[in-house]
Structure formats: structure tokens, C-alpha cells
Design a protein around this ligand. Sequence first.
Ligand SMILES: C[S@@+](CC[C@H](N)C(=O)[O-])C[C@H]1O[C@@H](n2cnc3c(N)ncnc32)[C@H](O)[C@@H]1O
Length: 232
Amino acid sequence: MPEAAYDEIADWYETEFTAGQRYGAAHADPLGLDALIRDLLGAGSGPCLEIGCGTGVHAGRVRDLGWTPVGVDLSGGMLRHARGRLPVARADAARLPVRDASVSAVLSVMVHTDMPDYSAVVREAARVLRPGGALTHIGVHPCFCGAFADRRDAEAVVIRPGYRESHWSRESWTDQGVRDKVGASHLPLPALLGAFTAAGLVLDRFAEGGGPTPVVFGLRAVRPADGAVARP
Ligand SMILES: C[S@@+](CC[C@H](N)C(=O)[O-])C[C@H]1O[C@@H](n2cnc3c(N)ncnc32)[C@H](O)[C@@H]1O
């Protein structure tokens, strides 16, 4: 299994990052994750498999939409916090301990930059989705976030050269985030969208969150009712 970089920062993530965004907390939801999950995942029933569920911060949102949240994550440290929030298993999202075509919904929130081969993760999600089921992807916006983006002044985001190349970096405009601690990879928008179509999924809806320049980009990708998906 790949190294679980988040073990080192799990307690920090829970107290400094997750707690402020916890569903139902009085705090704001600056990235608009609540609205994005409602819009893109939508209401449903049965298991919703969250890949990279981390501390389980979205479990309440998923449950409120009618789904039964279940999560997988690489990091035992993150899962320690998640356990009271949803049923979880420690697993690599690129090798899910889940049968083919067995779930109607897969959710991926703020994780693709933590998964260097996100295309393989998307293919694996497509494998476990039932025909007609959907993968909801919500992640940092590939155009406006990354080592090439300086967001110090939210009103005047500076985009430097570097967007076009896929890369991994710990460079960040802030020392209050995740990138400077565990690093993050970057996929330009065409490569990100291509990961879903190459897996045999059909792009259905798109959304953005945060502002004034969006911080988050999301989409819903559906496994065709009669279509084969690419094998991982
Ligand atoms: C930025 S956190 C996001 C956690 C949660 N989804 C949220 O929105 O707060 C990224 C998570 O992805 C997990 N992760 C990274 N690579 C993974 C992999 N290959 N398989 C499963 N989880 C992974 C990390 O352990 C971490 O918990």
C-alpha cells in the first residue's frame, strides 16, 4: 500500500481544518462543499462509498441526502477520527476492497491532488459502480489552485507559469494548508476531465465553489447503463 502521508498530520487536520467545516457546525463553509455535494451527489439511497474519506467530515451531509456513507482511506490516523462518523476500511483507493458493479454512488472530495495516479483511482471507481451509478468528484480547482497560483490576495489571484504540466509539489502560498505539509499533485483540466472519459464514464454535470475566484471544481460522471468501463 502507498505511504499514508496524512498519519503525520491527522490530529492537526481534525482540529485545525476539519472541525471548522464539520457539517452542522456554526462555522461557515467557505468552499461551498455542502452545496456542491447536494448538487452533484444529490439524494439517493444505499451505500455511498467515499474514497479518501479522511476524518469523515462529509458523512453527515451524505447521510442527510438519504445515502448510507461508507469510507476508505489510506491513513489509519485520519480513520481514527472518522470511525465515530461512518463505517470505514483502510484501503488504497486504487485497489478498492469492493466487488465489481456493486455501489450506486462513489464520492471523492478534496483528494485527487493527494493521489498521484488519479486516473487509476477513477478507473477503480468506475469498476465498482453499478451501471447507471455516478462518481461525484470535488477537488481543488485545477485552474486556480496549485503551486503556480498565489492566492495571498483573494481578490487578485496570481497565476504563474506551471499550470500546463502535471507535477507534484510542496510549494504553496500559505503555510496554513495541506500542500506545504504533505505535498500535492496537479492535473491540468484536460487531463483531469480525460481521466473520467478514459474510464468509460460520461460527464454529466459540473460545478464550482469558493470565491471570488473559485477554489473548488466538481463534476458528476455516470457509468452508462449499457456501457463497459475501462479495466483498472
Ligand atoms: C485532503 S484529505 C481529504 C479528506 C476528506 N475527503 C475531506 O474532504 O476532508 C485527503 C485524504 O486522502 C487520503 N488518501 C490519499 N491517497 C489515498 C489513496 N491512495 N487511497 C485512499 N485514500 C488516500 C489521505 O489519507 C487523506 O485522508
